[in-house]
Structure formats: C-alpha cells, structure tokens
Design a protein around this ligand. Sequence first.
Ligand code: ZN
Length: 366
Amino acid sequence: MNMKMRAAVLYEPKKPMMVEEITVDEPQDHEVMVKLTATGICHSDLLPIKGDIPQTYPVVVGHEGAGVVEKVGAGVTGVQPGDHVIIACVYNCGKCHSCINGQPSLCLEALPWHLLGGLPGGGKRLHRGNQDLNIMYSQGSFAEYVVVHERQVFKVSLDAPLDVVCLFSCRLTTGIGAVANRAKVRAGDRIVVYGCGMVGMSVIMGARLCGAGQIIAVDKVEERLGLARELGATHVINASTENPQMRTFEITGRGADFAFECIGNPAVMMQAFGSIHTTGTCIIVGATPAADMISFFPFEFLYGKKLVGCFFGNLRQNDLPNYVDLYMQGRLPLEKLTAGYYTLDQINEAVDAVDKAKVMRAVVRF
Ligand code: ZN
C-alpha cells in the first residue's frame, strides 16, 4: 500500500523546488515512517539545490526532520507509533570499522547511500507516477512524511518542542560535537570560531559547556557578534575591520589551542589555520562545494600544527538525545537565535532566506 503526500521535489539544480503530490511506500524491515511536524533548513541543503555536490535528481532535499512515528516496519525495536522523534542527518550501520570504534557519524556504509539518494540498501520509497524519487542524506525531510532507517531515528520526550529540537538533527549537533568529540576541548582552553552562523553559534555554546577559557568569535556582521557574546563568546573580532589572525594571537597571547572553521570558505580555512599556535589544531566544520581546494605551507605541519575535519560532530550514538536533554535543562539558549517559520509551500522562499543569512533557525512547520 502506498500513500499520497505532498513534498518539495527538486528536478534539477538552480531551479525552484516544486511542491506537489507524490506517493510514499510503507516502511519495510527496520524502517520507520514519520509524520513530520517540522524540519530545519540547513546550509547543506543549498549544496544540491545549487548543484555544488554530486547528487542524483529528482530529489527531495532536507535532513533536519522531526515528528511523530506513524508506522514501523518489521524488526524495529527502538520506537513505536506515537513516539516523538528527531531524525539524524546520517545513517550508521553499527557494524563497520568506524561504528565499532565509536565514530558512527563516519560510518563507512552510509556514504554510498547518501550519494545515491536512497535508503541504506538502496531502497527508494518515494515515487511520482512511475518515477522513483531520490532523498537527501537518506532522509528527504522537505515532505509531509519520511521513511527512514530506524538507526537514524531518535526518541525525544513528548514535551520537547519539535520545531526547535529538529535543529539537533544536523547543525546544533555538528557544532557541539566538533567541540566535545573532535577537539575534546578542556577547561581553560582558548578557542577561536570563524563564522557565527548556526553551526558557529553551536560551537560557541558547546565550548562554553566544555569550559573553554577564551571563546573568540569571528564574523563580519556586528549583529551576529553581539549574539555570539550573549551565547558565550568572551571576545569578538569583526573580520571586516580587523585582522582575525593577529587579533587572535593578541587575545590568546600564544595562538588558539583550537580554531573552528564553520563557513565552508577555503580562504577562511587558511585564516583559521593561521590562528592556532605551533601545536594547536584547526578543525574544518564547514562544507565547501566539492571542487574547492586549499593550500598550506608544509613546514607548519613539521612542528605539530594539525588540520583535521569533522563531519556531523563525530557523533556518538547517544549524543543526539543527550544534547536535546541539555536544551531541555535550559543549558542551550536556542531561543536567542533568530527564528523564521515557513509552510511547505513557502519552501523556496525559506531556502532563499537561509542562503541570504536572513534567519538562523529557518524551520518549515507542517
Ligand atoms: Zn545539515
């Protein structure tokens, strides 16, 4: 039995998505159908929309879904109909080298399915007429319903506001995890954060939770720097009027222990690398278009500077619900981040607002 629903379908890059009626199949073994209440709109959604990453079209974009479990396939044990859930932006198999070494966000099985636009195993559950539709990151949340693998689904408490906690499906977790899991920031560490969008703000909030001694926020927009201070930044640098590398060395007295690049801009990545001391670590969190390159002076690595990447916060399996708990305890002041709410019919307008950085918490409510 398949069911009709509405979804935003992207037929080709650089064109508006079409909101139209499509069909969705029943969940199969280990799959869960979720009736979405909300989905965040992340900067990564812009990559297939602009044609900046390899993607199979037509595709239903979106990977920050939250909602109520509608149906479960055979073998699903973690959730049942009626549960409130958020849907992680990456699948993990639980069995590969990365998963058994505690790094499920780097699951070796997940990437091919993400790139091919299907569920783990290759299944396509969305159709328009006889045509199969692809889904972004094995999710495709710009739709009224999703069918996803159970390992991407995380139960949250019934009082957690789904139009807020959907942001933990990708961006919030990406930032907090980069600090807690990748950098493993310790009390007193001095860090610098390049880019005060949603991910950068999450790094700042995560660094405060981890006890960083100095949290330096870099951006070109004064309003964002003000907000960064409210969220925990101890110092701010306006990169349009100051040299962020020199200022970071002045503030820290030695260079930062950790620099986080949260924009996805190769030139800024080099600035971030130039802001750490000789044994510091620069962590690339922002996603660039697939063709971008960066170059470095190799001598800097000989002494011990490190340049590493971090995908989806190097998430451990229970981090996602744990982070939601931190929010529910009042320890992540997300309400300070500007919010914009949209309907599915306004999806192209909402994506444009994200692209132009008009709003941080851009959320579609269904
Ligand atoms: Zn994302």
